[in-house]
Design a protein around this ligand. Structure first.
Ligand SMILES: [Zn+2]
Length: 285
C-alpha cells in the first residue's frame, strides 16, 4: 500500500476534522416543536405566577399590554396590572412585548378615527418610549373592521385578529401574519389541552392565549398549578414555548452570541489542527 502517502492523509484528516468542527452546534431549541404563547392584558399574576414557570423551561412568550394605568391600577382595581418596570423586566428576560391598544376599548369599531389612531399607533409609540421593541398587535376583544385592520397592517409586523375559546385553531407556518388566530386557554382539563396540540408539528402551530394566571376562579382565569402542568407537559413532550418574535425570527441575532460562537469554532479548529499535526509528526519519527 505504498499509495497511502502520509502527506495525503494529513490533508484528508484535516479537512474531515474541520468539517466536523464547523458543522458542530449545541443541540438547538429549534429542534423542539414550537408552540406560540401569548399573554393578554398585562395581568400582574402573569409576572408573578407565569414568568417563573416559563423561565424554568426556557420558554419565551409574547405579552400584550394596553398602555393606560400601568402602576396605577385599572378601574379602581389597584395593583392588578403590571407596572412599567415589570413590563420592561419581561423584555430584559427575553420575553416579547406587543400592543393591545391604548385603553383596551370594548368595541374599536365605534371609535372616532382619531381614537383608532391613538389605540393602534400611539400605543406602539408609548411602549417604544419605554424602550420596548414592538412587532405585534392583538385586537382588544377580537373586534375590528377593514379600516382598523389596514392601520394595524401599516403599523405592525403581525397581528392576531381573532381568538377562540374552547376551540383549537391551527396556524400554518406560511399563514398571513395579519390573519393569525389564537386559541384561548381557559380552565380546560389536561385531556382537552392535549387534544389542542394534535396537528401541531413543524408545519403548523397553535397560539395559546392566556389571561390571568391565578387561583381566583373565573371564565378565563388559569389556576397556577394547571398552568404549570401545561408547561411541564409541553416541555416533557418535545414542545417549546416561543414568542411570535422568535417563531417568525423577527429579532436580529445578538452580536455577542454569534461572535462567541465564531470564537469557539476557531478555537476548536485550531486545537484540532495542532493535535493532528502533532500526531503526524510523532508518527513520522
Ligand atoms: Zn384583552
Amino acid at each position: 500500500m505504498s499509495g497511502l502517502r502520509p502527506g495525503n492523509n494529513v490533508w484528508m484528516i484535516l479537512v474531515f476534522l474541520l468539517v466536523i468542527a464547523a458543522s458542530s452546534r449545541p443541540v438547538a431549541a429549534q429542534e423542539r416543536i414550537q408552540v406560540i404563547l401569548q399573554f393578554d392584558d398585562t395581568w400582574r399574576s402573569q409576572y408573578y405566577n407565569a414568568l417563573p414557570v416559563l423561565e424554568e423551561y426556557n420558554f419565551t412568550a409574547t405579552f400584550m399590554p394596553f398602555v393606560i394605568d400601568h402602576g396605577r391600577g385599572f378601574g379602581g382595581n389597584q395593583g392588578s396590572y403590571m407596572t412599567w418596570d415589570e413590563i420592561i423586566d419581561l423584555q430584559q428576560r427575553g420575553m416579547e412585548i406587543g400592543s393591545q391598544g391604548w385603553s383596551h376599548p370594548e368595541d374599536m369599531t365605534k371609535l372616532s378615527e382619531d381614537d383608532i389612531i391613538k389605540e393602534v399607533i400611539y400605543s406602539k409609540d408609548e411602549l417604544e418610549k419605554h424602550g420596548l421593541v414592538i412587532y405585534g398587535w392583538t385586537y382588544p376583544n377580537d373586534v375590528w373592521n377593514k379600516n382598523i385592520m389596514s392601520i394595524v397592517k401599516e403599523t405592525y409586523t403581525y397581528s392576531v385578529p381573532q381568538s377562540y375559546m374552547y376551540e383549537r385553531r391551527l396556524v400554518p407556518k406560511d399563514a398571513d401574519r395579519h390573519s393569525l388566530e389564537g386559541t384561548a386557554v381557559t380552565n380546560e382539563l389536561m385531556s382537552e389541552f392535549r387534544a389542542y396540540l394534535e396537528g401541531v408539528d413543524k408545519n403548523n402551530t397553535i397560539i395559546l392565549i392566556y389571561h390571568e394566571i391565578e387561583n381566583t376562579g373565573g371564565k378565563v382565569v388559569k389556576p397556577v398549578d394547571s398552568f404549570r402542568e401545561q408547561m411541564k407537559y409541553l416541555y416533557e413532550n418535545g414542545y417549546t414555548g416561543v414568542s411570535f418574535r422568535d417563531y417568525f425570527g423577527l429579532a436580529e441575532k445578538e452580536p455577542g452570541m454569534s461572535d462567541h460562537e465564531m470564537t469557539l469554532r476557531i478555537a476548536i479548529a485550531l486545537v484540532l489542527i495542532i493535535f493532528t499535526l502533532y500526531v503526524f509528526c510523532m508518527a513520522g519519527k
